[in-house]
Design a protein around this ligand. Structure first.
Ligand SMILES: [Zn+2]
Length: 284
């Protein structure tokens, strides 16, 4: 039996990029890409985050070369009111209330706030974590790939729970071509769905019952839901950044496109898509 969870989407900062980065049919003009994260309330496990977006730690981690190149290439804005701690406070919560952070993947725009959640356990796929660990000491290579290993808390590995160890489950038939997931809490409420390509072990999150409707948080499997629905890939140079493994990225992208076309009742929420985020807010 699935248990109803509450889902709220928060924006923790944004960066500036060309619109065509997300959609090759888009304009060659700068656009804002929000760094979205999911704030989830589980009936038994309490408050859970899916990613953290940007945080002050990002600016600290990018003050020197080569890491500073990241900040120069992708200008980031984090108004005080968009810091997760401030948003949690406005909701009557504190960073100490977050019990788990489910990590989609280890790019800096998804994990910059991990150090703020000292009471949380972390859930991620092993492949992505191993990849990040393999980049320690290789600052140029890490930075060029969007990774800043210094964002991890010192005790990260002790608090990490590998999603791979969760029970494998079958997704509902209407989620095809996605067939299998990982039952992260053993109660069918939050299902991790591997979305390989953008990173080796990118982890999406399927919520069968988020206040009465299904939602699918898909991180960077696509950057624009409308473009993905229409089968338009990101612009060619952006594909290089979008995919650690190009063929897998494209396969995951088109699988998601099929689902978007066929299941309009499913809230598909990429991490950087303003349209999908606004649609989700307006439907609630
Ligand atoms: Zn991202």
């Amino acid at each position: 039996m699935s248990r109803s969870v509450q889902l709220r989407i928060l924006r923790a900062g944004w960066c500036q990029h060309l619109a065509c980065m997300a959609d090759r049919g888009g304009r060659l003009a700068p656009a804002q890409f929000p760094a979205l994260c999911g704030l989830i309330r589980h009936p038994e496990h309490g408050w859970i985050l899916y990613d953290t977006g940007y945080a002050e730690h990002f600016f600290h981690a990018t003050r020197q070369l080569p890491e500073r190149l990241y900040r120069s290439a992708v200008p980031v804005q984090l108004p005080a009111a968009q810091q997760l701690s401030a948003q949690l406070h406005a909701l009557g919560l504190s960073v100490a209330d977050i019990r788990y952070v489910i990590i989609s993947h280890f790019h800096a725009d998804h994990i910059a706030g991990l150090r703020d959640f000292s009471n949380a356990r972390f859930i991620a796929l092993e492949a992505d974590y191993r990849h990040l660990e393999g980049l320690r000491g290789q600052r140029w290579r890490a930075t060029l790939g969007g990774h800043l290993p210094g964002l991890l808390p010192e005790d990260f590995s002790a608090r990490l729970q590998l999603a791979d160890a969760s029970a494998r489950c079958t997704l509902p038939g209407w989620m095809a071509p996605f067939e299998h997931g990982l039952d992260l809490f053993g109660d069918a409420s939050l299902i991790g769905v591997p979305l390989p390509g953008h990173s080796t072990g990118q982890l999406g999150l399927f919520i069968p019952d988020a206040q009465g409707r299904p939602a699918f948080l898909v991180a960077d499997a696509c950057w624009s839901a409308p473009a993905c629905r229409a089968g338009r890939l990101p612009a060619a140079p952006a594909l290089w950044f979008a995919s650690a493994e190009r063929r897998q990225y494209t396969r995951t992208y088109h699988a998601l496109g099929q689902l978007l076309c066929r299941e309009p009742a499913l809230a598909v929420l990429p991490s950087h898509c303003t349209q999908a985020w606004e649609a989700f807010i307006n439907e609630r």
